[in-house]
Design a protein around this ligand. Structure first.
Ligand code: AOF
Ligand code: ZN
Length: 340
């Protein structure tokens, strides 16, 4: 039963995907003593009520209620008062928690226990941690979460040698990309991708790496969203475009500087959608990779590879990853994997 309701909390929390940054995704379920769900809530948007408050605010205090929540309830005054106060006030008997809050300001478990409430922790913990992997990295490392998305043939190619790439994956897979994009505060691409494909890439915030300021400002990507262009030459702002002068290493914009700057700008997560050069270079910073694979083979060694950044002589020098999920977007698949 505990897992069933925790799964429901995760489902509720996911309704606000893309809306809560820099805060976590949180869902809450309340049951009565007969295990009937009597209220639910989720954190809808940054700055608004926490999930627990949403679920509790219209509930009459009762006896024998259990509250399920995927993240330890807060016990501090932030933008909103502590959820622990409301939990105690409404007479909740048992609180079931998915994961401890990595936020050092929060010590909800202790506060609840002290007030005599039974507390159970660690229910579906790994699912709960995955749900808030961005929030956890932000709080624990004070760094932006970096994800990479690529779409390849079975032989790991993203285009022919002359750049023809439309389309490797099916429409179903490309629709899923839009859902994935929405999870991240910003998307990132390179001048080469803009020049080769002139993509629209609809998003709230877009990061463009254009060292030499080669891209035409009439390119479709500039038509919408708040845009940051990392380049070697200038710092300036015009309309929706912020140019950011960035240190260069070996003729390339320093990704280290870019990611640090993104965090300073409050961009808590970024999805890189680009060619093999940027994706390859970004791999060492990547927290997660989405790879769509279409059942096609180019068979051509000069076709472009999805990660193109190094030369190795021994297969033991490969970087290793852990595949997390495999999803079907027929006829393609999506592999989601993490660095080990
Ligand atoms: C949320 N939503 O449902 C829960 C959160 O500034 P505040 O008051 O919004 O507090 C933000 C912190 O509260 C957040 O970093 C996290 O540690 C905790 N729990 N936050 O935005 C929620 N339960
Ligand atoms: Zn709270």
């Amino acid at each position: 039963m505990q897992e069933k309701y925790m799964r429901k909390c995760i489902e509720l929390a996911l309704k606000a995907e893309g809306q809560t940054s820099p805060n976590p995704l949180v869902g809450c379920v309340i049951t009565d003593e007969f295990d009937n769900v009597i209220s639910t809530g989720y954190h809808k948007k940054y700055g608004e009520n926490h999930a627990e408050r949403e679920a509790l605010q219209n509930l009459k205090p009762g006896e024998g209620y259990t509250l399920y929540v995927n993240l330890e309830p807060c016990s501090h005054y932030g933008k909103t008062p502590p959820c622990t106060e409301l939990i105690i006030e409404k007479g909740i008997k048992h609180v079931v928690i998915g994961m401890k809050d990595p936020n050092p300001l929060v010590s909800g478990i202790e506060v609840l226990k002290k007030s005599g409430i039974e507390v159970t922790t660690g229910i579906l913990e790994s699912e709960c941690r995955k749900l808030n992997e961005v929030f956890i990295k932000n709080i624990e490392q004070e760094k932006t979460f970096v994800a990479i998305k690529t779409a390849t043939t079975l032989d790991g190619k993203i285009s022919t040698s002359n750049g023809s790439s439309k389309w490797i994956t099916s429409e179903k897979a490309r629709d899923q990309v839009k859902i994935i994009r929405n999870r991240y505060d910003a998307i990132m691409t390179s001048s080469s991708t803009i020049i080769a494909d002139n993509p629209v890439m609809l998003h709230r915030k877009k990061i463009i790496l254009d060292r030499e300021l080669k891209t035409n400002l009439n390119s479709k990507i500039y038509e919408q969203g708040q845009i940051y262009v990392f380049n070697e030459y200038k710092d300036s702002i015009t309309d929706n475009i912020t140019f950011i002068k960035t240190p260069v290493k070996e003729n390339k914009i320093s990704l280290e500087h870019v990611f640090n700057r993104l965090y300073e700008l409050g961009i808590m997560s970024v999805l890189i959608e680009s060619g093999g050069k940027l994706s390859g270079r970004a791999l060492k910073y990547a927290d997660k990779i989405y790879q769509f694979i279409a059942p096609k083979i180019t068979g051509d060694n000069s076709s472009k590879s999805c990660f193109d950044y190094t030369e190795i002589s021994n297969i033991s020098e490969c970087t290793n990853y852990k595949i997390d999920t495999i999803n079907n977007f027929e006829p393609d698949i999506l592999l989601t994997y993490y660095p080990i």
